[in-house]
Design a binder for this molecule. Structure first.
Ligand code: ZN
Length: 250
């Protein structure tokens, strides 16, 4: 429409509005005036045409386009706890939802009027909230305490925000025992949420020992499939705990 109102052909090219090294626009509507103002500071060059993205010399890619249009949020301390290279994708997604407080726990569903009771699915008599599920509920606490023991960690169960903080400071490195902690943390939140759903939607109940077995199975499977960590005496008991085959000592 702008091109039409300017009296230019639909096949018009940029050179048609350049005359003797200057922008030279036909008299036309205010839409064209806006276009004129936008291009006013673009230097005119007689070099052959070439296509750039964002800056001269930058080739277009969908990744650059995505980074160009997306809004960046501020970085968070727990990023590496979720999105590390050895993550188990479905566990990482579940943990990310937990960090974002996005699980549809019963306290929220009750507020929406979706359910009539917010009672914890692990039949402790308390209200199901994110903090309760991870890991204030006696059922969740038993699972998490045992999983921490498999990581050779003996400490009290902390409120959720402090658990996240603890993991952010004690499980962020590339060392084997830190990788084990990250995998164990994500696997525990995942399997507790799955068990909660199993109870709510299928009326099936697994004992807490079975949840620990599932966590151990997933974590040991992941550890056994990646051989790039050092096998040394320090990690011997961790490998035994998790059932990871031992390699050559270093
Ligand atoms: Zn409970």
């Amino acid at each position: 429409m702008v091109i039409f109102e300017a009296g230019l052909s639909k096949h018009a090219r940029v050179k048609d509005v350049i005359w003797e090294g200057e922008w030279c626009w036909p008299q036309a509507s205010c839409d064209v005036v806006e276009l004129q103002q936008r291009v006013r500071n673009i230097p005119i060059s007689y070099a052959p045409d070439s296509i750039h993205w964002d800056k001269v010399g930058e080739a277009f890619s969908t990744a650059r386009a995505f980074h160009g249009i997306r809004q960046r949020s501020s970085s968070v301390d727990w990023h590496d706890i979720v999105w590390h290279s050895r993550r188990i994708p479905k566990h990482a997604l579940s943990l990310w939802l937990a960090f974002r407080g996005a699980h549809r726990t019963k306290d929220k569903l009750l507020a929406f009027g979706v359910v009539h009771s917010a009672e914890c699915a692990f039949v402790c008599g308390e209200t199901e909230t994110l903090q309760h599920l991870f890991f204030q509920c006696p059922f969740s606490a038993m699972v998490w305490r045992e999983v921490l023991l498999l990581c050779n960690i003996v400490r009290p169960i902390l409120p959720w925000a402090d658990e996240v903080l603890w993991m952010s400071t004690h499980a962020r490195g590339s060392a084997f025992h830190h990788t084990v902690r990250r995998l164990a943390f994500a696997a525990t939140t995942y399997h507790l949420w799955i068990e909660r759903n199993r109870r709510c939607f299928k009326n099936l109940f697994l004992p807490y020992q079975e949840i620990i077995r599932l966590v151990r199975q997933d974590v040991s499977g992941k550890l056994a499939s990646s051989n790039s960590y050092p096998r040394c005496e320090r990690y011997h008991s961790l490998c035994v705990n998790w059932g990871v085959p031992l390699g050559e000592d270093i």
